[in-house]
Write a protein that binds this ligand. Structure first.
Ligand SMILES: [Zn+2]
Length: 329
């Protein structure tokens, strides 16, 4: 039995996929972790070494996993109890966009099950065996106050959002937190952002065959940041019961930013530059990290291109140096 991820997430309509019994699950985990789990090439926060350590923790103490698995399961069943399955044809092209992101981040041959659910402005992706479950907040498509349909994100932003969540799944961040705790977990966002950037860049190249990979990457950085800023704006509007007019928002807030990558730095400057206790790095750091990555040899390799064909890219060492100023702890 091949094993890809110790996902703790439960499928709402479980009938077409049988989740293994706990004993089978633990046996599967122990077997699969005899070889240390590997991190994807784009990982930014030392996930490779952490996964090796986590594999050992679960080898030695599978019951630790079982306890957390049960707790996680209860939480998820609660959070996604009114999830709705997205099929081809519903919610614009959401299924197609998610499928594209899955192929871009995880590769071929994996079936996504895509749900929308009423949880606040967030998304989630879970991999287990050759299955992927993607949960996307319903509020990205329907205003939670007026209950009207909205177009909050463009297609590129949706691919970036789902790509980001798939990055968490590909790097097995949930498992790393279960094994090693949440210290340093804030840095996992950089890895997830890289996955979002890769997915969005591939999407732009696919949609616009005339674009060079560098042009696509620059645009993808902007879409990543505009996606993050929109979520921020939506979350801030909720407690005040403000209605965000996304049409106006798109016209104004990102008008300058969408023209240049420099402009996006201005858009990314947060009102409150440091949020104590936040689970995410500040947007300006995330933007900087995305630009560094987009200009690196690693990014080129992750797109399947030969970096030696392009001048002035950041070597792996340079990228690591640049990132060391942003990684926390
Ligand atoms: Zn994230």
């Amino acid at each position: 039995m091949s094993f890809q991820y110790t996902g703790i997430y439960w499928l709402k309509n479980g009938s077409e996929f049988r989740f293994p019994e706990m004993s089978e699950y633990i046996a599967c985990v122990r077997e699969s972790m005899k070889q240390p789990l590997q991190a994807p090439e784009f990982a930014a926060a030392g996930e490779g070494e952490k996964l090796a350590a986590a594999s050992k923790v679960f080898q030695d103490n599978p019951w630790k996993l079982r306890r957390q698995f049960n707790q996680g399961l209860e939480q998820i069943q609660q959070d996604f109890k009114d999830a709705e399955l997205v099929s081809y044809g519903s919610y614009r092209n959401l299924y197609g966009l998610c499928l594209f992101a899955v192929r871009a981040v995880l590769g071929p041959g994996i079936d996504p099950m895509i749900y929308t659910a009423k949880f606040v402005y967030n998304a989630n992706a879970v991999c287990y065996l050759n299955k992927v479950w993607i949960y996307i907040s319903d509020y990205f498509f329907r205003d939670m106050i007026t209950d009207r349909d909205i177009d909050m994100f463009c297609e590129e932003e949706l691919v970036a959002l789902v790509g980001h969540e798939l990055g968490h799944a590909a790097c097995r961040h949930t498992m790393l937190k279960m094994a090693g705790g949440t210290a340093g977990a804030i840095n996992y966002e950089y890895s997830a952002d890289r996955a979002g950037l890769l997915a969005c860049t591939k999407y732009l190249m696919d949609k616009n065959p005339g674009l060079s990979y560098r042009e696509a990457a620059e645009k993808a950085v902007i879409y990543m940041v505009s996606m993050l800023k929109k979520i921020d704006a939506a979350v801030k509007a909720v407690p005040k019961k403000d209605i965000v007019d996304w049409h106006v928002y798109n016209q104004t807030a990102f008008q300058n930013a969408q023209e240049t990558v420099e402009g996006i730095f201005l858009a990314a400057v947060p009102a409150n530059p440091y949020r104590a206790g936040s689970t995410h790095p500040i947007d300006i750091h995330r933007t900087r990290a995305l630009v560094y990555f987009s200009e690196s040899e690693l990014f080129c390799r992750c797109l399947g291109l030969d970096p030696s064909a392009f001048p002035n890219l950041r070597s792996d060492k340079m990228l690591q140096n640049d990132m060391s100023g942003l990684l926390i702890g």
